[in-house]
Write a protein that binds this ligand. Structure first.
Ligand SMILES: Nc1ncnc2c1ncn2[C@@H]1O[C@H](COP(=O)(O)OP(=O)(O)OP(=O)(O)O)[C@@H](O)[C@H]1O
Ligand SMILES: [Mg+2]
Length: 359
C-alpha cells in the first residue's frame, strides 16, 4: 500500500509560511491534481513528499511508514521537476534509464524500456543526443520519461507538460493518464491548468496561499465550488461573479433586481443589507428576452466566435459577464442586450466568499 498522508504539515521559510497546516490523504493508486496559482505552495508540497524539503512541523506517511525524516532515496518516488533537472553529460537514453540503472536493471533491458517510453512521448528519435542538444519541450518530455520508466511507490509531477504545444500536450496528457491507470501508481500532479486537472484527476486539491481550500472529485469541485476563489479558478472562461446587496427578499445591484425567494433556505442566516456574490457558469447563461423572469440587462462588450461555440460578454453593473453559446453562428447582438438563466444554476456566496449551501 502506498497511500500518501499529510498530517498538519506546515513549512516556513524564515518568517514566511509557504504551506500552512495542510492535511490530506491520497489513496493507494489514486491520481490527485494539485491546482493553484503561482506561489501558493505546490512545489514546496511536492518537495516535502520527495524529501527534498523538511517540513517545519507535521508528519508525512507513505503507506504505514512515517517518512518525515527519511532521505529522498529511501522513499521510492518518481518525480518530474519543474526545471527538468536532467543530467547534462548523459545521453537522453541514459537520462531516461537512470532510475533503472540505480535499481540494478541490466543494460539491454534498460535500453528497451527507455526506448519504449520515449516512443510514447515522441522523443525516440533523440535518444543519442544530450540535453543541451534538444529543445525545452523535448527536455521536459525526457524528464517525464525518466520518472515513469520504472514503477515506484509514488509519482510526483510538477507541471510536467507546461512547455509543450497544444497538440503534444493533449497526447502526453492521455498517455500519462493511461499509464497511471495501468500501473496504479499513487500520483500527485501539479498544474495551474484547470482543464488538465479536470481531465486527469480522480480528485482535485485546490490550493490558495499555502492552504488546501477544497479537495474533491473534479465535477464536484466544478459544480459546487466552496469559495469564490475556487469558482473563479475552475472553468474556462471561469464562473461569472456579480456583487449584489441582499435586501427585502431580492438581490439588487445598480442596474438589476432579482427575486431571491428560491434561495430562502440558503439565506436564512443572512442579514438584510448584506453584500453577497452571485455566481453563474458561462454555459448556464443565454441571451435573454422580454419573457424571461431571471434576466440581467447590460451592454454588449465582445462577441468571440470559437467554431462550435461563441463567447458573448456583456458589461453588467460595472462587471463583465460571459455566456458560452453553443451553435454554429455567433449572435449578432450589439448595444443593449440581456442575459437570462435558470435560478437552479445560480450560486450564492456569503460576505466571506464561502458558498451558502442549500439546506
Ligand atoms: N527556499 C525558499 N526560500 C524562501 N521562500 C521560498 C523558498 N521556496 C519557495 N519559497 C516561497 O514559498 C512560496 C511557495 O513556493 P512554491 O515554489 O511552492 O510555489 P508554487 O505553487 O510551486 O508556484 P509556481 O506555480 O510559480 O511554481 C512562494 O511564495 C515562494 O516564493
Ligand atoms: Mg512550482
Amino acid at each position: 500500500m502506498a497511500n500518501v498522508t499529510f498530517r498538519s504539515i506546515t513549512k516556513q521559510f524564515g518568517a514566511f509560511t509557504a504551506v500552512n497546516d495542510v492535511s490530506f490523504e491520497i489513496a493507494d493508486g489514486e491520481f490527485v491534481c494539485l491546482l493553484g496559482p503561482s506561489g501558493c505552495g505546490k512545489t514546496t508540497t511536492l518537495r516535502m513528499i520527495a524529501g527534498l524539503e523538511q517540513p517545519t512541523s507535521g508528519r508525512i506517511l507513505i503507506g504505514a511508514a512515517d517518512v518525515t525524516e527519511a532521505k529522498p532515496k529511501e522513499r521510492d518516488i518518481g518525480m518530474v521537476f519543474q526545471d527538468y533537472a536532467l543530467f547534462p553529460h548523459m545521453t537522453i537514453a541514459d537520462n531516461i534509464a537512470y532510475p533503472l540503472k540505480v535499481r540494478g536493471v541490466g543494460q539491454a533491458e534498460r535500453r528497451r524500456r527507455a526506448a519504449e517510453v520515449a516512443k510514447n512521448l515522441s522523443i525516440d528519435q533523440l535518444l543519442d543526443r544530450r540535453p543541451g542538444q534538444i529543445s525545452g519541450g523535448q527536455q521536459q518530455r525526457t524528464s517525464v520519461a525518466r520518472a515513469v520508466v520504472h514503477k515506484p511507490k509514488v509519482y510526483l509531477f510538477d507541471e510536467p507538460l507546461s512547455n509543450l504545444d497544444a497538440k503534444l500536450r493533449l497526447e502526453a496528457r492521455s498517455f500519462l493518464k493511461h499509464l497511471q491507470r495501468e500501473l496504479g501508481v499513487t500520483s500527485l500532479y501539479v498544474t495551474h491548468d484547470q482543464a488538465e486537472a479536470m481531465a486527469m484527476a480522480d480528485r482535485v486539491a485546490v490550493m490558495d496561499r499555502g492552504e488546501i481550500v477544497q479537495f474533491g472529485p473534479p465535477l464536484e469541485v466544478y459544480r459546487q465550488p466552496a469559495t469564490t476563489f475556487v469558482a473563479n479558478f475552475l472553468g474556462s472562461p471561469p464562473m461569472n461573479l456579480l456583487s449584489v446587496r441582499y435586501a427585502g427578499g431580492a438581490f439588487a445591484s445598480s442596474t438589476f433586481e432579482l427575486d431571491a425567494s428560491p434561495f430562502a433556505g440558503r439565506l436564512r442566516d443572512v442579514r438584510d443589507g448584506s453584500e453577497l456574490t452571485l455566481g453563474i457558469r458561462p454555459e448556464h447563461v443565454r441571451m435573454g428576452g422580454e419573457g424571461d423572469r431571471w434576466r440581467i440587462p447590460g451592454e454588449v462588450y465582445a462577441v468571440e466566435p470559437l467554431g462550435p461555440e461563441s463567447l458573448v460578454t456583456l458589461r453588467v453593473a460595472g462587471a463583465l459577464v460571459t455566456a458560452r453559446l453553443f451553435g454554429d453562428d455567433p449572435p449578432t447582438a450589439t448595444g443593449a442586450a440581456s442575459f437570462a438563466f435558470d435560478p437552479a444554476h445560480l450560486h450564492v456566496f456569503g460576505q466571506d466568499g464561502r458558498r451558502l449551501a442549500a439546506r
